[in-house]
Design a protein around this ligand. Structure first.
Ligand code: GUN
Length: 294
């Protein structure tokens, strides 16, 4: 039976550490500040943004959720970002994805000061990451590395198979895990919709990261004994036995995978809380950089 990669507990530990650092900063009169821009009324985005704001409160950050109607123009949002770039009390800016289809999300991200890009989505940060230079790293890939590290798992020399080539998780994670760094240095295979035989790859993997957004896609018969499963999916599937009419499930089929895996991250309570912990960590980092604090 697999050991659980408990992201909830690990994130709590990280928040305790961050809180102590925030207290030190407050002696200098500095408070880290995060602005989250939420466009439209996507219920999942509303939950994510509220969780981010709550986490900010838990560690003593200032946070602002800026809600805008779904018909806001690109120009109005551009002005808002310029305003946030100029505010000394705001060190991190995030635009919750997805935005309505009439907006150009990449153009908006490119307007964010790269030093305030705590999501690690700005092309300047992505380019620096690719070059192995210091930058803001995307929160979910960073959270996965931290979850592994804090559970004593080193990807170095291991075969890692990532399912999904999205810009937020799969693609940046493939780059990070390939870097010649301590805590990375893995052999990475990135599987996607064009991959002929996904199970061929997952069966020879030491670590599988499921991040393709397909509920319970990765099943126990697709992994080898002792494999480490990191589940990034958060999917709502209908469940009439639940009060809400749905349950949350990952991209891995937990019951069959946990029988063979040595470690598995649950959904919820695995990668999700780690993503938010890394957002806080990035915001503290930007606050220190912008204030010239070591
Ligand atoms: N939507 C899903 N994940 C993310 C994330 O990490 N950051 C932002 N801004 N939007 C998201």
């Amino acid at each position: 039976m697999a050991q659980i990669l408990d992201g909830k507990a690990t994130a709590k530990q990280i928040r305790t550490e961050l809180k102590a650092m925030v207290e030190q900063l407050s002696e200098k009169g500095i408070v880290p500040g995060l602005a989250a821009v939420l466009v439209g009324d996507n219920p999942a985005s509303e939950i994510y943004v509220s969780s981010k704001a709550k986490a900010c409160g838990q560690v003593g950050f200032y946070s602002e959720v800026i809600r805008k109607p779904k018909d806001i123009s690109q120009g109005e949002l551009s002005s808002l970002i310029a305003d946030l770039n100029g505010r000394p009390d705001i060190h991190g800016i995030l635009i919750q994805d997805p935005v309505p289809s009439h907006l150009n999300s990449l153009e908006l991200i490119m307007l964010v000061n790269p030093l305030k890009d705590v999501d690690g989505f700005h092309p300047a940060n992505i380019g620096m990451m690719l070059l192995g230079q210091p930058s803001f790293l995307a929160c979910t890939p960073l959270g996965i590395l931290e979850l592994l590290r804090r559970n004593g798992i080193s990807p170095s020399g291991k075969e890692v198979v990532i399912l999904g080539r999205g810009n937020i998780v799969g693609k940046p994670l493939s780059v990070l895990l390939s870097q010649k760094w301590k805590g990375s240095n893995a052999t990475v295979t990135l599987c996607h919709t064009g991959t002929k035989d996904i199970a061929f790859h997952t069966r020879r993997a030491d670590i599988v990261v499921a991040a393709m957004g397909k509920p319970e896609f990765l099943t126990g018969d697709m992994i080898s004994e002792g494999c480490i499963v990191v589940d990034v999916g958060i999917n709502r599937v209908e469940d009439s036995s639940r009060k809400k009419g749905y349950r949350l499930t990952g991209d891995a089929h937990f019951e069959s995978c946990e029988k063979k895996a040595s470690y598995i991250s649950p959904v919820p309570g695995g990668v999700g809380p780690m993503t938010i912990a890394m957002l806080l960590s990035n915001t503290l980092k930007s606050c220190k950089l912008l204030n010239g604090v070591q």
